[in-house]
Design a protein around this ligand. Structure first.
Ligand code: DX5
Ligand code: ZN
Length: 217
């Protein structure tokens, strides 16, 4: 699969979200970080903002739920217009049921792992998912330094995906930039979230193109 770049609006101006979405036209998905101040120590936005954003842009939305009780909330983000919904396995009560529900409602189902959560216990769940997200920072804030110690986990996950012959996207999120994206791609990631590296650039759309070119080597 060609490399995908998903700009994270966490690094955008929240008072101008529609314009900020337009500024990265050409991106594969817009990454929307939902935080509840319980699962992570930060608070961002919820269902009504996602509903409005889905109407304001043609770019599909990739909602990353950093919240407690995703079993209750994730389906509502599909109804709000998200094309892909990611829940954290550390917060989900019933990840298989939840992934099936997200798919049944018509979105791509994705599961995220915090840095200290291993992939191995979840090998048998992979066929239930359309994407797996490996966090390369502790979730909660943009602009943090990329954790190089996550590269072996990315590599092992890519091996599991190949071993099972799955069509599963492998996303990385946190500290992805011109300085780190090549290492992620080499380890086997194919979907790259970038917040500060895109919205901190003078020309966000050009930053998306440059990151994609770098990831594709
Ligand atoms: C962090 C969020 C990320 C964040 C990435 O918890 O999940 O999506 O926006 O920002 P950067 O790319 O600046 O690390
Ligand atoms: Zn995110």
């Amino acid at each position: 699969m060609a490399a995908q770049i998903n700009p994270s609006i966490l690094s955008a101006d929240f008072a101008r979200l529609a314009d900020e979405a337009t500024a990265v036209e050409g991106a594969d998905f817009l990454h929307v970080d939902v935080m509840d101040n319980h699962f992570v120590p930060n608070l961002t936005l919820g269902v009504p903002v996602v509903e409005s954003l889905a109407r304001a842009t043609d770019t599909p939305l990739d909602c990353h739920l950093m919240i407690e009780a995703p079993d209750r909330w994730a389906p509502q983000y599909v109804e709000a217009g998200a094309s892909s919904v990611t829940f954290h396995v550390e917060a989900a009560a019933a990840p298989v049921r939840l992934a099936r529900e997200i798919r049944a409602k018509g979105a791509r189902a994705s599961m995220a792992l915090k840095p200290a959560t291993p992939i191995e216990p979840y090998e048998d769940l992979l066929p239930e998912l359309d994407m797996l997200l490996i966090m390369t920072v502790e979730p909660g804030f943009g602009g943090q330094a990329f954790l190089d110690i996550m590269l072996p986990k990315i590599r092992r996950t890519r091996e599991l995906i190949s071993k099972h012959g799955l069509d599963l996207w492998l996303q990385v999120d946190g500290g992805v930039s011109a300085g780190t994206i090549e290492r992620c791609a080499e380890a086997g990631a194919d979907v790259f979230v970038a917040g500060s590296a895109v919205y901190g650039a003078d020309d966000p759309a050009a930053a998306v193109r440059a990151l994609r070119a770098q990831a594709e080597g």
